[in-house]
Design a protein around this ligand. Structure first.
Ligand SMILES: Nc1nc2c(ncn2[C@@H]2O[C@H](COP(=O)(O)OP(=O)(O)OP(=O)(O)O)[C@@H](O)[C@H]2O)c(=O)[nH]1
Length: 409
């Protein structure tokens, strides 16, 4: 600490004895106090002490005579090394930066230390052109005025002294640190994501497999159902004519009778026999006989039957038609149509007892206006058989009804 006269020569000096005989009249802080009547503390530009040779920050105040005229300066110098010790305490990276500045934008101290930068005016830095014009402290990213590198700065302007402090982390280093820190998490996330994909893939694969198996099962089931139906159909179908066979007829008759009982509707049986068929076989051969039976069957298929009626091959050269819910005339008409249709096929039959010498059929018809419980299918069929016998006996190629009055015979 020292006190200087108005001439710039020391009047009192705290350290050195004898008193140095060097003037400080040329120093910036001395000239400041000479000019300014204000006796507030002044922080001057950093200077190299002429006594110790150290870089120091002069903190000074004006001394006045009683009349207010300039009497001299009292000055305390703070060694710059002091800041170096304080600033070194902080753990900073190579490209990070700390600085102490005067409010007039002159650098007092900077870390990393460079003597060339001390007292450098950085008033063009965004810190002074923008930030400190609106706030006294904060954080911002900007390029440092001393080296142009972008940094994340924290800054504050001191309340009681015309000083500003800043600390800036190098943006690139911050990013690199962030990336280095994050890369572990990113890798972990990627591994988790891959695991998730793998699990998803396995689950999807199993779902697909299940679906395929189910589709295959459904397909096999459909095929089996189809085969089953075909087998059922074959079991219930006559192989020569494609008509319902005797088994189907046996299954159908009781149900047709039950239905007739329930609905109180009539039931009709037409028992059909190809005339002189033994003679046909004998004349034209058994194969031709088969063909003849197929033709008769095709012809009978053309009759106007309903879906709840049944046309079946009863056995050998005999066929049967079960008609449900028909009046006697309706049933009789169908029987007559059948006989006429077969005769009109005009299949030659030289050995026939019928005058036209063509294949004909005889039909025994039994019409039951009401079916009662307790009547068996065979009783119905027997009645139709008796009527057929009558048709044969009376010359064949005709229809005979079981209850036909003898007068019509
Ligand atoms: N080709 C062939 N003949 C059959 C078949 N089933 C039965 N027959 C023959 O049909 C003939 C039936 O003759 P019969 O019962 O004597 O009666 P029919 O000669 O028709 O004489 P009527 O009934 O009195 O007209 C027999 O010779 C059987 O061999 C068959 O599937 N195919």
């Amino acid at each position: 600490m020292a006190i200087y006269y108005a001439s710039g020569y020391p009047a009192l000096f705290s350290e050195a004895t004898p008193l140095p005989q060097t003037s400080i009249a040329d120093r910036e802080y001395f000239r400041f106090h000479l000019r300014s009547v204000d006796n507030k503390l002044h922080i001057g530009n950093v200077v190299r002490s002429r006594i110790s040779g150290n870089m120091v920050i002069p903190v000074s105040a004006r001394l006045n005579n009683p009349d207010g005229s300039f009497r001299g300066v009292v000055m305390a110098s703070i060694r710059l090394d002091y800041f170096r010790q304080v600033y070194d305490y902080y753990n900073l990276g190579d490209r990070d930066l700390m600085a102490l500045m005067k409010a007039d934008a002159k650098l007092v101290y900077i870390r990393p230390y460079s003597e060339a930068l001390i007292n450098r005016n950085i008033s063009l830095s965004p810190l002074f052109t923008q930030l400190l014009t609106t706030t006294t402290s904060g954080a911002a990213i900007y390029r440092a005025a001393v080296d142009g590198r972008p940094r994340i700065f924290g800054y504050a302007s001191l309340k009681n002294y015309p000083l500003v402090v800043t600390a800036g982390y190098d943006l690139q280093a911050v990013r690199q640190d962030w990336i280095a820190d994050s890369i572990g998490y990113v890798l972990l996330n990627l591994v988790l994501l891959a695991l998730l994909f793998l699990l998803g893939f396995i689950v999807m694969h199993h779902i697909r497999l299940n679906l395929r198996n189910q589709l295959e099962l459904t397909r096999v089931h459909d095929q089996l159902t189809h085969v089953n139906r075909t087998l059922q159909g074959l079991a219930l179908m006559d192989g020569l004519t494609g008509l319902a066979n005797r088994r189907q007829l046996d299954w159908f008759m009781p149900r047709a009778m039950e239905r007739a009982i329930k609905l109180r509707s009539p039931l009709t049986i037409l028992l059909i026999d190809v005339d002189s068929f033994k003679a046909y076989n004998d004349t034209y051969g058994h194969l031709a006989g088969d063909e003849c039976l197929r033709n008769v069957a095709e012809c009978l298929k053309q009759l106007p039957l309903r879906h709840d009626d049944l046309l079946a091959r009863y056995g050998g050269e005999e066929f049967m038609i079960v008609l449900t819910d028909k009046t006697q005339p309706e049933a009789h008409l169908i029987a007559l149509q059948a006989a006429r249709a077969v005769a009109e096929l005009r299949m030659p039959h030289q050995a026939s007892s019928v005058a036209e010498k063509v294949v004909t059929i005889s039909i025994g018809m039994h019409w039951q206006p009401r079916v009662f419980a307790g009547i068996s299918p065979m009783e119905f069929i027997d009645k139709a058989d008796e009527a057929l016998y009558q048709a044969k006996r009376r010359g064949k190629n005709q229809v005979w009804m079981s209850n036909m009055p003898p007068s019509q015979a």
